[in-house]
Write a protein that binds this ligand. Sequence first.
Ligand SMILES: [Zn+2]
Length: 203
Amino acid sequence: MLASRCRACRIISVVLVFGHIGVSLGTVWALSSAARGANAPAKEGEGARRPWLPWRSLDFRLVVVGSMLPDIIDKPLWLLGAVLSSGRALSHSLVFQALLVALVLIVAWRFRILGLWGLAAGSLLHVIEDEMWREPEAFFWPAYGWAMPEHSADGYAGTLVNALLHNPRVYVPEALGAAILLVFVATVVRRRKVVSLLRYGAM
Ligand SMILES: [Zn+2]
């Protein structure tokens, strides 16, 4: 019975892990590989002039965290604490994304911690993958009013399991993300970059 399931179990079941992590990781991986291969000398020069921008590879560990960050914040506050009225609320808004980019920019500029850009990149990719523009009240909050949209958590886990089995807009990104993750892990192992990835987020 879905109604009798524990709340933590429901959270795990409503978080689409492979789609977000795999697709975000693959996107950043492809972009950083292309950037490094396309015009390395020019990028080095740009890096000297503006060292707070992520000219080199991002921290892949933080890309993974960022790719789940909006759900890590919003969904527990919705399902466990009932603080938020929806699992796609404040952290899924453009305001939050802009604040996160501003925070990362300040920290990168002040302390030269460039790896944090991975967090912002992952979070931005998350809201794109969620197609948040289809939920303008949350995405453009507070342009449509201060109140966030309300979604009932009852039966949500069952709805999601059903979507995973029958809705291609849900199961295709999940399968794609799982495939990308497999290729990423295989590449890291083949290049012997496991330690580098775990310690520095680089590969
Ligand atoms: Zn989300």
